[in-house]
Design a protein around this ligand. Structure first.
Ligand code: GTP
Length: 595
């Protein structure tokens, strides 16, 4: 296709603002998917995605659209909507010349949309603002159009009003895509350079790599080369999705399509990498490639220890389709054999544990999420700590923790309560801006404070109205300490935590108290202590058993924890020995899952 007849665009939208519905409608209006084959959320393939209504993996679809008798190829590149996948978002944006900024006319812009909009603007994309769900009685197009114009300039009356549901305005939108978005530009005769913006594992075909051709061309059967690693593969098949895969004779400047090389692991075809040909390799890779870096770590343990091999196999399998997932075996006194896993963020963690539960039928317990700390000992040695139990015991010179730039968008009435929450989480205010009735607050905050139920608190303080986004912002030194929990003098590894010195006491007393309620009495008295190094900061005692009170050692309210306990088969109680103390594994699990 002549690059002048190509338009590459994506849709930037907050979750639930109707991106999938609009995409479906576009497929229909352009005749890309025949009426009888149309089904809702055509592009969201994964079950979990569909159920939770989130898009995890991006994909590209080619559509045809005529304007004034001329045929155009529109490539719609789907971007993942969530912060955890911001690197993937940035690569999908880099594959486009323009973006549709889709905003629910009954809601207005959200923090997530803002973050991605800024990213699109930094990439010099042409932005087409669109109000969606215009059919809703609650739609307030005037107000939302005002908000959008405040943000990106332009005339509010010029903003298109559409309904993905009824199809209203969708044809005008397609016309506008052709009209406003610049066509791709590249050098047709230069050595091939294609940017990988997505890479998906398919159990039948191996890895399917989605690329945007920048310069030159790729043809089937050609030897190709990944520029970050130098790895060579054969392009077994090249094609475009419309939206089912259709093999083609190759891809040329500006085109978007897929290639299949028979590799079995997405790590061999990394998002952001540049593909060139072996025969005539490009000398310089396209800019912007980075390796995905896990930000949040958690230990995953099978509740039934005999499931360990299943868990290993499951992780091996998930890794094929998820280049960002990391794991290595670890053992815990309290929880037995499991894996230390690294994730891009909390949602990534949730998705993986959910998939393990659902697709592999595993019952799992996850330890509290932890971030990556850089610890410098007094003798100058540096340690990277992703698991509190690896925290060095000797004298510590300094600890650095990852920081993030947080953006919160909420109705302005909630400013006070949000500021209070952010301050209690060691946030420092970086800026504040009013957008009509709403306010955008920007904070610098330790990531460690966010991975711990920050979002839940934010939501409950704002009746669910606040939205949140964050991005990495380097590291900062902080007064952090490791709190250990000891049973009769023995450390229980799964409960060690790295916390700010000011929160150490709170964490220590909370855990000690929780364990006192959960651990059954023994023949002897069992002290539970929380300690920083050798210094005890909190203490509880489990009194010794009295002869005639054998039954019902568990007291107290463990209502929600019971759910977990019930899963345990009767007569199959696993006891863990911590020193001389016998603890049922479920007590540990309950203590970890309590709030
Ligand atoms: P993610 O995939 O999670 O990003 O969500 P999405 O933005 O793709 O939203 P989706 O298309 O799934 O739509 C969210 C909800 O809004 C669904 O219940 C849709 O039926 C509804 N919806 C989407 N577009 C419209 C519209 O134009 N009008 C009305 N009334 N409802 C709509």
């Amino acid at each position: 296709t002549d690059p002048a007849r190509i338009r590459n665009f994506c849709i930037i939208a907050h979750i639930d603002h109707g991106k999938s519905t609009l995409a479906d409608r576009m497929l229909q209006v352009t005749g890309t998917v025949p009426e009888r084959e149309m089904r809702a959320q055509y592009l969201d393939r994964m079950d979990i995605e569909r159920e939770r209504g989130i898009t995890i993996k991006s994909q590209a679809v080619r559509m045809h659209w005529d304007v004034d008798g001329a045929a155009y190829a529109l490539n719609m590149i789907d971007t993942p909507g969530h912060v955890d996948f911001s690197y993937e978002v940035s690569r999908s944006l880099a594959a486009c010349e323009g973006a549709i900024l889709l905003v629910d006319a009954a809601q207005g812009i959200e923090a997530q949309t803002l973050a991605n909009l800024y990213l699109a603007m930094e990439n010099d994309l042409e932005i087409i603002p669109v109000l969606n769900k215009i059919d809703l009685p609650a739609a307030d197009p005037e107000r939302v159009a005002g908000e959008i114009a405040d943000l990106i300039g332009g005339d509010p009356d010029d903003i298109l009003k559409v309904s993905g549901k009824t199809g209203m305005g969708v044809e005008e939108l397609l016309d506008r895509v052709v009209e406003r978005i610049p066509h791709p530009v590249g050098e047709a005769d230069a050595p091939a350079r294609a940017m990988i913006f997505d890479s998906v594992y398919d159990p039948y075909r191996g890895v399917v790599t989605y690329v945007r051709m920048v310069d030159g061309k790729l043809t089937p059967r050609e030897k190709i080369q990944m520029m970050s690693t130098g790895a060579e593969h054969e392009a077994l098949e090249i094609g475009v999705s419309s939206p089912e895969p259709v093999p083609t004779k190759g891809l040329a400047v500006g085109e978007v399509g897929y290639l299949i090389t028979g590799v079995k692991d997405v790590r061999q075809s990394k998002v952001g990498d540049t593909v060139t040909t072996k025969l005539k390799p490009a000398s310089e890779a396209l800019p912007g490639y980075t390796d995905p870096k896990p930000m949040v770590f958690s230990g995953l343990y099978p509740i039934d220890g005999s499931d360990y091999p299943v868990l290993r196999e499951a992780l091996d399998k998930l890794k094929l389709s998820d280049a960002a997932l990391q794991y290595e075996p670890e053992t815990s006194v309290a929880l037995g054999f499991g894996f230390r896993c690294g994730f891009l963020g909390l949602l990534h963690l949730e998705i993986i544990s959910e998939r393990l539960r659902r697709e592999f039928d595993l019952d799992l317990i996850a330890t509290a999420p932890s971030v990556v700390y850089q610890v410098t000992a007094e003798d100058g040695t540096e340690v990277t700590v992703t698991n509190p139990s690896e925290y060095p015991d000797g004298k510590i010179a300094s600890v650095r923790e990852p920081m993030v730039r947080v953006a919160i968008l909420a109705p302005k009435d909630y400013v006070g309560t949000i500021m209070e929450l952010c301050q209690s989480r060691r946030g420092s205010l970086m800026g504040m801006e009013y957008l009509g009735e709403r306010v955008e607050l920007r904070y610098g905050m330790p990531l460690g404070e966010i991975v711990f139920d920050f979002f839940d608190h934010l939501k409950s303080r704002t009746q669910g109205y606040a939205s949140l986004d964050y991005e990495p912002m380097g590291e900062q030194e902080a007064d952090l300490v490791k709190v250990d929990i000891l049973l009769q003098g023995d450390k229980v590894d799964a409960f060690s935590a790295i916390v700010h010195r000011d929160n150490a006491y709170h964490y220590g007393t909370m855990m000690a108290e929780r364990l006192r309620k959960l651990i059954p009495r023994q023949q002897f008295e069992v002290p539970i202590q929380a300690a920083i190094g050798a210094r005890v900061i909190a203490r509880e005692t489990i009194r010794a058993i009295r002869k005639d009170v054998l039954a019902k050692c568990y007291g107290g309210d463990i209502s929600r924890k019971r759910k977990l306990l019930e899963k345990q088969k009767e007569g199959k109680k696993r006891m863990k020995m911590v020193g001389r103390v016998e603890v049922p594994q479920e007590a540990f699990i309950a203590a970890l899952s309590g709030d």
